[in-house]
Design a protein around this ligand. Sequence first.
Ligand code: NAD
Length: 290
Amino acid sequence: MKIGFIGLGNMGGPMATNLAKAGHDVTGFDMAPVDIDGVTMAASGVEAAKGRDVVITMLPNGQILRAVANEIIPAMAKGTAFVDCSTVDVESARDVAKQALDAGLLPVDAPVSGGVGGASGGTLTFMAGGSAEAFAKAEPLFEIMGQKAVHCGDSGAGQAAKICNNMILGITMIGTCEAFALADKLGLDRQKMFDVVSTSSGYSWSMNAYCPAPGVGPQSPADNDYKPGFAAELMLKDLRLSQQAAEAADADTPMGQAATALYEQFVENENGRGMDFSAMLPRFEKRSRG
Ligand code: NAD
């Protein structure tokens, strides 16, 4: 397949490389000068999108996605799949999908879970929104870049799934970190805490797969001075998207709201920017109740 790939950053770069490695003809574009293994670089987004069977975008946010979509949609031939893998607000995803549909394209919003490691290893999970026809056209590429793709529903459903998942993740990470901080004050050994909780009803991905306590559980960013991994500011971005969606849909999400406020404080006032999102544990360690 001829593939255009726009946004070749930490995630997009390795995803594009995996498509090229699998034998696809990949032309890429990024605002920044980048050199990506196996990818032919174009001079503009329009040049990368023209004459392709599928165009994939992996961009920072909904505003940038809208700007890029305005440029490239008129350049794409009818029947081209337009697959946006960025994490953006549901409204931008739906607006861009409508614009693409009106132009005769096959839009799919397909945000991912799995981070930079999943992008390099080709083990991402895709959560997709769009028509069955659009999903079918993108699915073989999801199989190369990832290990699982779930067709969640119509346009916007992929983004909805992503922000709901990450709202749970933010909440469980905070809960896990505050429980470790409480356990410390109660004199409970961290390894014993892990041994119990990871096999009891308090278990979660945050505890079992990404334990925020250094030296406990499987290797995680906590074992590497909390270098990301998944940066706290990216978690904050996703939590803000969840709260924006909750407000628009009139959904009551008090725990999501509390998690957003805590990550906001951590990132903006407590040097959390650039730290992994599990660095909430040292944050709680330093604080006491009063
Ligand atoms: P990144 O900042 O490394 O990459 C984004 C790229 O887009 C950059 O290279 C930037 O130069 C490029 N770009 C910006 N504006 C552009 C434009 N107008 N035209 C062309 N290129 C443009 O970010 P990332 O970590 O690769 O994340 C990309 C998306 O994936 C985000 O929406 C993020 O929320 C999501 N995501 C990231 C992770 C992660 O762990 N990094 C995990 C899941 C989802």
